[in-house]
Design a protein around this ligand. Structure first.
Ligand SMILES: Nc1ncnc2c1ncn2[C@@H]1O[C@H](COP(=O)(O)OP(=O)(O)OP(=O)(O)O)[C@@H](O)[C@H]1O
Ligand SMILES: [Mg+2]
Length: 451
């Protein structure tokens, strides 16, 4: 029972069923005692009838007449009552015919009791005094037992119905109660580093969930603040670093002008210049990302058929792939128009192709596939590399993320995909990466709105 919803439903159904079971059990006990006391009243009424039949002069009558009068009374009610009259002093005993000469068993100390008799079954007996006689009148318990049995059957059916109904009500109730929570979860889930300014709408009423939403909103506000500070810092630091780096480059180049320098120093200065160039590129990329996040990159968007752009790119891609001893293939399907700036999209294709070539073994086939579908222009680039595990896949668009060989080689900066995503987002599209299902390899899909 993982979810709160299931737990709430279970608790509700259990509480409702246990309450119903307690009620039914109390009803059982009350009904049983009422029915049994009804039988006791019946026995008492029959005793009164018997007394009237015997008459007030019964002490003066002969045993035969007494027997006759009792028998008349007993036979009239033989379906309902068993009667047993005995006179302890003389030992004379009268049994109603339906007793078949057996006496109703006595339970010492009780006037009304339930007892089982052979051939007759369970009976409710009552003892009455009619000096000098002891009269015992019994009536069958079967109707009471049958009624109680029917009561149990009805209760079990009701309990099962109640259980089903309470599970359904519990599910509905928990859904109603948890709806605001699910809404908060969805919104909180949507809020990521890209849209930290979004807030959870506060429900109208003021309850614990409103408090929770308010607390989360405060937390998002603090997070947004910190994120903005980090972004500002990255942008400012990158900018500030550019001037000292240019100075280092200029000084190094001036040092190289000295022709008397020993080759060892020349090599060291050349390495220094390489690293400065690399640093410059990283700083440019970081500045680009900061400006893209601040929507400060002016795009010269133009609506055009995108196939020509891909055909232009194909020329370079084939050469690049050959250089890596791999094969590049472009397939374009469908016609349509897309708004884009070729310079930026070309940078995305180049990064995706470089990544694919880096990950694939020599001789691999890199396929670029473009098509129009459901109002989108979809471009996929598939490679024949090892692909990536799910936890890595979810992080490859983050900055400075490199895995495996790329991380070990020291090549690249891990900013390529972050920049690609920024460019695609600036074009109003999205970029995703999945492992190929037909074989090992990665499939990166760029989706842009088609006109
Ligand atoms: N096609 C791919 N197959 C397997 N891993 C990939 C693929 N593309 C990217 N990756 C992984 O994702 C990481 C991030 O890629 P990204 O393009 O952002 O950076 P990079 O290529 O390492 O450096 P940069 O592009 O900045 O020069 C890569 O280092 C690599 O580990
Ligand atoms: Mg890259």
């Amino acid at each position: 029972m993982q979810s709160i919803r299931n737990r709430l439903t279970f608790y509700y159904a259990a509480a409702a069923t246990v309450s119903a079971a307690t009620l039914f059990m109390t009803g059982y006990i009350l009904l049983d005692s009422q029915l049994v006391s009804g039988l006791d009243d019946l026995n008492a009424a029959e005793f009164k009838q018997l007394k009237i039949r015997l008459g007030s002069d019964y002490r003066t009558l002969t045993p035969r007449i007494i027997d006759q009068r009792i028998r008349d009374s007993a036979d009239a009610a033989s379906a309902l009552f068993y009667i047993n009259v005995d006179e302890p002093r003389s030992g004379m005993v009268f049994y109603s015919r339906n007793l078949h000469n057996q006496s109703i068993p006595d339970v010492k100390g009780l006037h009304n009791y339930t007892v089982a008799m052979a051939d007759v079954g369970e009976v409710r007996a009552g003892e009455f005094l009619l000096p000098p006689f002891d009269v015992t009148i019994a009536t069958p318990m079967a109707p009471v037992r049958n009624s109680m049995h029917s009561y149990i059957e009805v209760c079990v059916a009701l309990m099962l119905t109640m259980l089903c109904v309470s599970v359904m009500i519990g599910l509905w109730l928990s859904r109603v109660i948890l709806r605001p929570l699910l809404f908060i979860r969805e919104t909180a889930n949507r809020i990521s580093s890209d849209n930290l300014s979004e807030r959870i709408p506060l429900p109208g009423h003021n309850d614990e969930l409103t408090d929770l939403a308010r607390l989360l909103n405060q937390m998002f506000a603090r997070l947004e603040n910190s994120f903005n500070q980090i972004k500002r810092f990255a942008a400012e630091a990158s900018h500030e670093l550019k001037t000292p780096l240019s100075l280092i480059r200029l000084h190094s180049e001036r040092v190289l002008e000295d022709e008397t320098l020993p080759p060892r120093i020349v090599d060291a200065v050349l390495v220094q210049l390489d690293e400065v160039a690399r640093l410059n590129q990283i700083i440019d990329e970081m500045l680009f990302l900061s400006r893209a996040e601040a929507n400060a990159i002016p795009l010269a968007l133009e609506a055009a058929e995108p196939e020509q752009m891909l055909r232009n790119f194909e020329q370079d891609a084939i050469v690049l792939a050959e250089h890596n001893r791999s094969v590049f293939r472009l397939q374009c399907h469908g016609a349509g128009r897309v708004t884009f700036e070729e310079r930026w999209l070309r940078q995305v294709w180049l990064n995706l192709l470089t990544n694919a070539l880096c990950a694939s073994p020599a001789g691999a086939l890199i396929t670029m596939h473009a098509r129009f579908a459901e109002g989108r222009w979809l471009v996929t680039i598939e490679d024949e590399g090892p692909g990536l595990e799910d936890d890595k896949l979810s992080r490859i668009f983050d900055r400075f993320t490199q895995f495996g060989a790329s991380a070990r080689s020291g090549q690249g900066s891990g900013l390529g995909l972050a920049i690609s995503r920024s460019i695609i987002v600036l074009h109003g599209g999205s970029i995703t990466a999945h492992n190929r299902t037909d074989r090992s390899g990665l499939r990166v899909t760029v989706s842009l709105p088609a006109l």
